[in-house]
Design a protein around this ligand. Sequence first.
Ligand SMILES: Cc1cc2nc3c(=O)[nH]c(=O)nc-3n(C[C@H](O)[C@H](O)[C@H](O)COP(=O)(O)OP(=O)(O)OC[C@H]3O[C@@H](n4cnc5c(N)ncnc54)[C@H](O)[C@@H]3O)c2cc1C
Length: 572
Amino acid sequence: MSTDTLVQQQVDCDVLIIGSGAAGLSAAVTAAWHGQKVIVVEKAPVFGGATAWSGGWMWLPRNPLARRAGIVEDIEQPRSYLKHELGERYDGPRIDAFLEACPHMVAFFERHTALQFVDGNAIPDIHGDVPGAATQGHQVIAAPYDGRELGPLLQRLRKTLRETSFMGMPIMAGSDLGAFLSMTRSLRSALHVAKRFSRHLWHLLRYGRAMHLVNGVALVARLAKSADDLGVRLWESVQVQQLLQENGRVVGALVRTVEGEVPICAKAVVLATGGFPHDLSRRQQLFPRSNDHEHLALPPQSCSGDGLRLGESVGGQVDTDLQSPVAWAPVSKVPYRDGSYGHFPHIIDRAKPGVIGVLANGKRFVNEAGGYYDFVAAMVEAVPEGQEVASWLICDHPFQRRYGLGFSRPTPVPLWPLLRSGYLKRGASIEQLATACGIDSQTLAATVSDYNQQARSGADPTFGRGSTPYNRKQGDALYPGSNPCVAPIEQGPFYAVKVQPGCFGTFAGLKTDGHARVLGDDGQAIAGLYAAGSDMASIMGGHYPSGGINLGPAMTFGYIAARHIAGAGNYE
Ligand SMILES: Cc1cc2nc3c(=O)[nH]c(=O)nc-3n(C[C@H](O)[C@H](O)[C@H](O)COP(=O)(O)OP(=O)(O)OC[C@H]3O[C@@H](n4cnc5c(N)ncnc54)[C@H](O)[C@@H]3O)c2cc1C
């Protein structure tokens, strides 16, 4: 931001948006397109929040890309899936607001802005055995974007998360990632990877960063470009200190800039600060078993609960009555040479054929190929109180070289740096591996032997790897065996990575209505105050029915809030 543009005493706008992730930027673009004067303030020196580090998938049933592909679904199908998944936490008015608005949201961005999408039509909902679960047509992701389109904004954009990129190169879920994982088995994939990587090296040399933007960073880049085109003012390194109120109405905020405090007056304020993944005291208060594990939160440090505190300061209520307050993610801790640590999310490796997850007692505890949330929830449940909540992913040499294990990459990336740093454990036998990890060795040997007996014929009767469409989609379609999620673990050396509870973000948040207005303790909307993204209590009630259930609603409720503020009429 150029703070020269801040006048000394007061700044005025129609809509003040706090936070520059998916929720904030969706609201900003929508409001500006509807003629509002918009300011977005961002506490960090770069914009994009957790969204820029995310996979970028958005759960948006009945979206126009699905419809164009001939997937036509009645609103009753996703409604029914959510009713079965969320049970008593199904919030009809907010779910309906979301399901009705989300196709319009996608159409709006496609038609009027730089945000274009690619479909994820083949991605099934996570719990395929639940009534209403879809096998297709629910996901979209931002189309790849050339960073050069951003002009000077590029330097202010948060870079991709180090752990999920390769030398700063983000890899797009789907066929791009598929090519990286099959490059030793397919000439076409090898050529794709060679082309992508050489282009990336050129971009690093020429621009000092990745230019082929994909996933969450492409979403943020496209939203920021759209916002800029519409005259939105986007200010980084500006932290909101306090909301301003007049006669019970929120009329702006006091912000701290490098030059001092400035009041920003607005007719409405949207809280979109990314929830509380780094608010240690709220985490301690709400996260289950928080004394029994180190929590490895994935979002940036700046997502530290400001929105919830600001909302509460004017009477907003934090909803804690959720199935889970946290969007669990299985995470491993990556030690770097300078003594710092990174957090690696285990999204892809768990479903591939030839890996299992075990506890310190050497026993398996879950269908590892299922949802990331389910993996951690089962781990928290299975580890006895008072013991460290942690698990280990175990595989053999061919698996590691083919798919990689966590942050350890497949062939041809060498393993020794991660063996030396202690991230990756190795053993010539399963017993030696168990000793290296501190796992009960006899039980682990028995677990692997039992698993292998069935795995040789592609079966996993104990936990059912490969039993749902979601499992199989996450497995390896090229694997020659009968089950894309099951292969024996038998060719040493063997490897393991410690997996701990972490999160993609938080589910507990401010109570809101179907217009994204923050509700006071009387259940009435607080005039002038809205919340979207992780600052609003998740409409999923703390459940995780599908990938994309954070960003889909974040984009949609940002859009809903802005339309309500602007007094927009019926959907086009
Ligand atoms: C590695 C990873 C992968 C993920 N993959 C997916 C996925 O594929 N699909 C999905 O649905 N979800 C995914 N998630 C979760 C998803 O990214 C988040 O839920 C979502 O980005 C939250 O969006 P948001 O707009 O609420 O907040 P954010 O994107 O986090 O933005 C909030 C911004 O507010 C700023 N801020 C905080 N306090 C202040 C203040 N006082 N003043 C001004 N600014 C402030 C923060 O610095 C931050 O930039 C993933 C998360 C991670 C970390």
